[in-house]
Write a protein that binds this ligand. Structure first.
Ligand code: GDP
Length: 547
């Protein structure tokens, strides 16, 4: 009798737990958390908009418009972004696409970029690299790709603007391989180009999609007729020349092209390549389908145990854990507060849950969480691995902080990137020194800029990876702290962290030794030649490019 009672009372509990575990596993498998990397103007905003169009979230494209017409993207927050019509800070959007739940991390689309861009990539499980078919691999794409490679983030390549006259597809493939030192494997191939770009063929199964007319600017989904490659000649849609070019390219790819294997893609060894036009929607839907298929769901993340050693935190097996990858103050004038953006690494998040803040070694309640869809803040009740949540930050979060239910570990520290521009900043009104110092401390904590101090005289200077960070610093000091500042640029263009005794370091001319916020010694150089000389002259020391 007792046994029966025991079973009866146990059963619902066990059942509930397995159901929760099941929900967590299913939600995790659905998640695709990614960022788009591209050079400005390659089509990131347009592609984002088409994602929303094909997800059904917007019915007509044109709501999230490019900056050309002076309109701003939906993720623009700060007044400065609106004044300039550029998206500076990285945010995240969540929306469903077919069976998947997409978390799109928004990376700044301006020429200049900042450490925020880099840090945002650490929260992504994959990246889409958008390349302009006429321009090929451009500078900013190259930099962002390097970060993906370092973080072992798999990258899909979308060659965009195929509706405009561009370079030969085979040329573009070669350029991707050579400029980025990765194997490129074409998944589909364009049929015609420029105004003759009429369709794509899937290389694996010879399935052809021919596109119909679309509303101006691809405002609505494009109609597609499907056939097999062998039927293309008889379709009457392509010229003999186009057909011959296509057969020639496909044959060459067959002989010399790289085979695609998902395993190798996940290891970052090969990038699948797709051709499309985000403007006309040609090839966009099949690209998105392939993306959802190929891109990884959230996986395990490495962490350092507080007792020494490492653990791998499994998104489903481990209880709730997350880390802060971005801090932002005053995102919305109506809510003058700071928000910490967390990427969930494991377990199920519930509103009001109490978790351990590992660095502060105390418990905190996660109340008022929100997710971001464009300018709206929507309250969230629960979230899963791969999701990004914004938590009101009463000054307790720093970049890289880990929180979890269990405690005892810290996710690997986020890399610091080598600053390339440096300046001295001071308040124009010396009477505002105290407020200025307070503002600077806050900006440094949020990672807007890095603060460094001269090893000689302790003089303070600011460092950043992009010029825009200085503009943001001055703007925020003016608007949030009412302090006008004077910025004197310093003549250094690169830097490196120094390992070894700074007293015995033979500094080349026009260089300077400073300490960063974590008290590590950094050498600032006038140019890369001086850095090379610095390395050559000091074989006993190590100059590291990333901290
Ligand atoms: P972003 O800077 O990467 O976000 O680029 P945008 O999406 O704002 O695009 C830059 C410009 O290129 C805009 O004028 C777009 O309309 C245009 N554009 C984007 N994709 C395409 C495309 O596939 N074909 C053509 N013809 N224009 C495009």
């Amino acid at each position: 009798m007792a046994v029966v009672v025991c079973c009866r009372s146990d059963y619902p509990l066990i059942h509930m737990e397995t159901t929760l575990q099941h929900v967590l596993a299913a939600a995790t498998a659905q998640r695709r958390t990614f960022a788009i990397i591209s050079h400005p103007d390659a089509g990131k905003t347009t592609l984002t908009e088409k994602l929303l169009l094909y997800s059904g979230l917007i019915r007509t494209a044109g709501m999230v418009r490019g900056r050309k017409g002076g309109k701003v993207t939906a993720s623009d927050w700060m007044g400065m972004e609106q004044e300039r019509g550029i998206s500076i800070t990285a945010s995240a959007m969540q929306f469903p696409y077919k069976d998947a739940v997409i978390n799109l991390l928004d990376t700044p689309g301006h020429q200049d970029f900042s450490e925020d861009t880099y840090r945002t990539l650490t929260a992504a499980d994959s990246a889409i690299m958008v390349i302009d078919a006429a321009k090929g691999v451009e500078a900013q794409t190259r930099k962002l790709f390097t970060v993906c490679r370092m973080r072992k983030i798999p990258v899909l390549t979308l060659i965009n603007k195929m509706d405009l006259p561009g370079r030969q597809p085979l040329d573009l493939m070669t350029e991707v391989e050579q400029a980025l030192d990765i194997q490129a494997s074409a998944v589909n191939w364009p049929i015609g180009s420029g105004s003759d770009f009429v369709g794509i063929v899937n290389r694996e199964d010879g399935h052809v999609r021919l596109f119909g007319r679309t509303a101006p600017g691809g405002a609505s989904k494009v109609t597609v007729s499907e056939l097999m490659l062998a039927e293309l000649g008889a379709s009457g849609r392509v010229s003999q020349d186009t057909l011959m070019q296509l057969e020639h390219d496909l044959e060459l790819l067959e002989i010399a092209g790289n085979q695609f294997a998902r395993e190798r893609f996940l290891q970052g060894l090969v990038t699948p390549v797709f051709f499309a036009s985000a403007l006309t929607n040609f090839g966009i839907e099949s690209f998105l389908d392939a993306f959802v298929d190929l891109a990884p769901a959230p996986g395990s993340r490495l962490a350092d145990l507080e007792t020494g050693g490492e653990i791998s935190v499994d998104p489903i097996e481990a209880p709730f854990s997350a880390y802060v990858f971005k801090l932002q103050a005053n995102m919305n004038p109506k809510h003058r507060d700071s928000t910490a953006f967390l990427r969930i690494c494991s377990g199920r998040f519930e509103r009001d849950m109490v978790v351990k803040h590992h660095r502060l070694d105390r418990e905190i309640r996660l109340s008022r969480p929100h997710s971001m869809v464009a300018q709206e803040r929507s309250r969230i009740e629960e979230a899963f691995p791969g999701d990004i949540i914004g938590i009101i930050n009463p000054g307790i979060f720093s970049i890289g902080d880990t929180i979890s239910v269990s405690g005892g570990f810290n996710f690997k520290p986020l890399p610091q990137f080598q600053p390339e521009i440096f300046a001295r900043v001071r308040p124009s009104d010396v009477g505002k020194r105290k407020t200025f110092d307070k503002g600077m401390a806050q900006m440094a904590q949020e990672g807007t800029v890095q603060i460094m101090r001269s090893l000689n005289d302790g003089d303070q200077l600011v460092a950043a990876v992009g010029r825009l960070q200085f503009d943001v610093l001055q703007y925020r000091l003016r608007h949030e702290y009412r302090v006008e500042t004077i910025l004197d640029p310093l003549p250094y263009t690169c830097s490196a962290w120094l390992e070894g005794d700074p007293a015995t370091f033979k500094a080349p001319s026009a260089s300077m030794l400073v300490k960063d916020q974590r008290d590590r010694v950094v050498v600032l150089f006038g140019d890369t030649l001086m850095k090379t000389i610095g390395r050559d002259r000091n074989p006993e020391h190590i100059l590291r490019d990333m901290g």
